[in-house]
Design a protein around this ligand. Structure first.
Ligand SMILES: *Cc1c(COP(=O)(O)O)cnc(C)c1O
Length: 412
């Protein structure tokens, strides 16, 4: 009922899919399409079909595809200096770190560690937490997603992701998301080194944590000398209409992790430590990376941030996001229970388990969507999305729901 292959698969997509099946490790299931190019908010597949992309490479392609500023920055940097190792620094690396600290409104003494992905950004954060209180317990929230390497995986709630691997990289206690009482109780038991949260739980189906909860989490962790880590890998970098989602609650975490949209499609992760105390927990030699912070990735990051600033994309994310919410809620479709989220990270809660079928119906009609779970459609489009394209989706949505409903009824 929830398989993800498309029904229409065209010949070239099919041929690439067959070669894929014979050459790539089967951890992702069958790819839906083989994509060959992209421009703005649209991608084209191997058969020449065009799609409006409302998933944006899972919240990565903040500037859409082939944005001129990004292409220029990355190609010029590639022609100048691509990689040097961390025995050396480069202007782009220093500039991106400074820029991140500026938009994070980080106090003096704050610092950035660059890596290549969200899971690595969280590994670094976990090492900071564990070094802060060696042998201590780590708290994470139910339904959390923090990545797939062994430490980040230990923090990830979904049993099916963790169970096959036995003991993982941290002693983690999961507590209910948004429940300040449960957090206080767990901290009172003692020995807690830190708490990991996603200000908006993305993979879980776009569940924002309440501002009051974030403020309580900040107060309680500080009181117990436990570090508060905000995983903004998905909800950060302008996605919610602010640079970082936690900023809406006015808190300052001890550590923040970033990746996805930071490079706008170029792999880069970052772990930001707030203030001198948090920035001096790891000492020289205690962590490292070969690729992290290389000038090519940092040039991509600088291009993303400067374009978000120059093109007013925080405002655009807010405006187009609100436009989408108003239009979808205004449909009063009985299949839609609610729309959650902020800016351009939205979860459309459906009344039944038809989200995967809606995604298939979307592909048939040239729209890329995502089912975060069987009852939630997740939208995480490029931050450049215009109202006209949002409206194409809004106009198509009732038909997608209807198509999904009728295929599900047929199959059941
Ligand atoms: C995607 C994601 C990660 C993992 O990032 P990768 O780059 O896939 O390793 C971690 N945390 C959150 C909140 C994410 O959405």
């Amino acid at each position: 009922m929830t398989e993800t292959t498309t029904d229409h698969t065209d010949p070239a997509d099919q041929a690439w899919g067959d070669r894929y099946a014979h050459s790539l490790l089967g951890v992702f299931g069958t790819p839906q399409l083989c994509l060959v190019s992209g421009q703005g908010c649209r991608v084209t597949d191997a058969d020449g079909r065009e799609y409006l992309d409302l998933l944006g490479g899972i919240a990565v392609n903040a500037l859409g595809y082939a944005h001129p500023a990004w292409v220029k920055a990355v190609s010029e940097q590639a022609a100048t200096l691509a990689h040097v190792s961390n025995f050396f620094t480069t202007p782009t690396q220093v500039e991106l770190a400074e820029k991140l600290l500026e938009i994070a409104q980080a106090p003096d003494g704050s610092a950035v560690f660059f890596s290549n992905s969200g899971t690595e950004a969280n590994e670094a954060a976990l090492k900071i937490v564990k070094a802060h209180r060696p042998g201590g317990r780590v708290l994470a929230l139910e339904h959390a997603f923090h990545g797939r390497t062994l430490g980040a995986l230990a923090l990830t709630h979904k049993e099916a992701y963790r169970a096959p691997f036995g003991h993982l990289g941290a002693d983690v206690t999961f507590i209910p998301a948004g429940d300040a009482r449960a957090l206080a109780d767990e901290l009172d038991k003692g020995d807690v080194a830190g708490l990991f949260i996603e200000p908006v739980q993305g993979e879980a189906g776009v569940w924002p944590l309440a501002a009051d909860y974030l403020r309580e989490a900040r107060r309680l962790t500080a009181e117990h000398d436990a570090l508060l880590v905000a995983d903004e890998v998905q909800c950060g970098m302008g996605r919610t209409g602010r640079w970082f989602a936690h900023q809406a609650s006015g808190i300052t975490p001890d550590v923040m992790t970033l990746a996805k949209a930071l490079g706008g499609g170029f792999p880069i992760g970052a772990t930001v430590t707030f203030g001198t105390d948090n920035s001096t927990i790891l000492t020289p030699g205690q962590h490292g990376t070969t690729f992290g912070g290389n000038p090519l990735a940092c040039a991509a990051g600088l291009a993303v941030i400067s374009t978000i600033e120059s093109d007013g994309l925080l405002e655009n994310a807010r405006a187009v996001g609100e436009h989408l919410v108003t239009a979808i809620v205004g449909m009063s479709n009985s299949q839609i229970l609610e729309v959650r989220g902020q800016g351009l990270l939205l979860g459309i809660q459906l009344a039944s388990e038809i989200a995967p079928a809606v995604v298939r119906a979307g592909l048939e009609r040239g729209i890329i969507l995502n089912a975060a779970n069987p009852t939630t459609i997740r939208l995480a489009p490029p931050l450049i999305l215009e109202e006209a394209d949002a409206d194409l989706f809004v106009a198509a949505l009732p038909g997608l729901l209807e198509a999904a409903n009728s295929t599900e009824n047929k199959e059941n």
